[in-house]
Structure formats: structure tokens, C-alpha cells
Design a protein around this ligand. Structure first.
Ligand SMILES: CC(C)(COP(=O)(O)OP(=O)(O)OC[C@H]1O[C@@H](n2cnc3c(N)ncnc32)[C@H](O)[C@@H]1OP(=O)(O)O)[C@@H](O)C(=O)NCCC(=O)NCCS
Length: 182
């Protein structure tokens, strides 16, 4: 059996991100069950065994070296699950990696998603040396797009993912590096 790959902890001014584990399963399922959180995300988010099995599989799955999900916590309260950040391969692409974010609603509006996503983006470019990152976002999801734009992503094209019509955003490493120097 292949051993599960271990993601590094990532720290920001306010936050600590550590690999999402089965200890975060219940909190992850609860997060999805908030209809405002999953408003723009297709899936079964009703807390049913099917939903729980889906999240469990996402937690246990191996995504490739250095890729996967981080759970987000405050530095000064490492027990309260705030949500997650992910870096996972784009289905059907040999090399493209996508970033995604999901936060508990009571923590929206404090810059947490952007702060956590910036740390994961830095890791993707500085540690993994990925040439670019993708984000696939529902065009109606303005909050999600706003986080991508604040990181420097720009809209590339509409894409179909399963039965969903999403907007593909791209952030090349050199653009991100240039933005850090401003
Ligand atoms: C998308 C999502 C993660 C955004 O979370 P968020 O906390 O609202 O995002 P941000 O980190 O950008 O914070 C938003 C606001 O916090 C405010 N803010 C407060 N303190 C801040 C700080 N210290 N630093 C930065 N922003 C701060 C800003 O005004 C910012 O608004 P702006 O867009 O006008 O700049 C969240 O809405 C969510 O989980 N949605 C459901 C899941 C989802 O749709 N995910 C994306 C699917 S692709």
C-alpha cells in the first residue's frame, strides 16, 4: 500500500493551514451543508451517507506530490475549523493544477480566504514551482471570483465540467511574482 503523502503546514499572519485529515470530516460535511456555502457548487451536500463518503474519499485520496487539501485554523485557536484550501490536478490535464477555497459562513468577509489562498499560491509557485495555477468558478459566484482576482488570476475562458458551466481563471507564475514585487 502506498503511504499517504504529507503536505507541509503553511503559516500566515493570522492562520495555520495543515493537511486536512479524517479528524476534519465532520466539520467538512457540516460546512458543505450550509446552503450559502455550496450555493454555486454542484453536488450532494445534505449530510447523507453519500455526502459523507464523498468527503471521506476526497480526504483520503492521493492527489500527487505536494497536492491535496489543507484545513484552515486561527493561529491562536487551532481547534476551530474555518474551512479549507485545495490544490488538485485539473481532470483531463496532465500538468495543470487548480486551487479552490471554502470557508464557514461566519468567517466570510475578514480576508481569511485571500490570506490562506495567498499562502497556498506561494507554496505552489515557490515550493512546487508550478508554471501556472487554474481556478474554475461558477460565473455567478462573485465572492469566489473576487478571491481569485485579488490573487492576480484573470479570466481565460468558459469551460464545461460535467454538467456545469464554469469560468476558467489562470494565474501564471511570472504574473504572480511580478505582483509580489509591486
Ligand atoms: C469564496 C469565499 C471563500 C470568500 O471568502 P471571504 O472571506 O468572503 O473572502 P476574502 O478573503 O476575500 O474576504 C472578503 C472580504 O473581507 C474583507 N476583509 C476584512 N478584513 C480583511 C483583511 N484583513 N484582509 C483582506 N480582506 C479583508 C474585504 O473587504 C474583502 O472584501 P473585498 O472582496 O471587497 O476585498 C467564501 O465566500 C466561501 O467560502 N464561499 C463558498 C464556497 C465557494 O463559493 N468557494 C469558491 C468556489 S470556486
Amino acid at each position: 500500500m502506498t503511504e499517504k503523502l504529507v503536505l507541509p503546514n503553511l503559516a500566515t499572519e493570522r492562520l495555520i493551514l495543515r493537511e486536512r485529515t479524517l479528524a476534519d470530516l465532520t466539520a467538512s460535511v457540516k460546512l458543505d451543508q450550509d446552503q450559502a456555502v455550496t450555493e454555486f457548487i454542484h453536488g450532494v451536500w445534505d449530510g447523507s451517507p453519500r455526502h459523507v463518503a464523498y468527503v471521506k474519499k476526497r480526504i483520503e485520496r492521493q492527489y500527487g506530490q505536494g497536492l491535496g487539501y489543507w484545513s484552515i485554523f486561527f493561529q491562536d485557536d487551532p481547534t476551530q475549523f474555518l474551512g479549507w484550501l485545495m490544490l488538485t490536478p485539473v481532470e483531463g490535464s496532465a500538468s495543470l493544477v487548480k486551487i479552490g477555497w471554502r470557508l464557514t459562513r461566519n468567517h466570510w468577509g475578514h480576508g481569511i480566504a485571500t490570506e490562506a489562498a495567498q499562502a497556498v499560491t506561494q507554496y505552489a509557485f515557490r515550493t512546487l514551482n508550478l508554471p501556472k495555477l487554474a481556478a474554475a468558478i461558477n460565473p455567478a459566484n462573485e465572492r469566489g471570483q473576487r478571491v481569485a482576482e485579488k490573487l492576480g488570476f484573470t479570466f481565460k475562458q468558459p469551460i464545461s465540467v460535467g454538467d456545469e458551466q464554469l469560468a476558467l481563471y489562470i494565474l501564471p507564475q511570472d504574473r504572480w511574482t511580478a505582483l509580489q514585487q509591486k
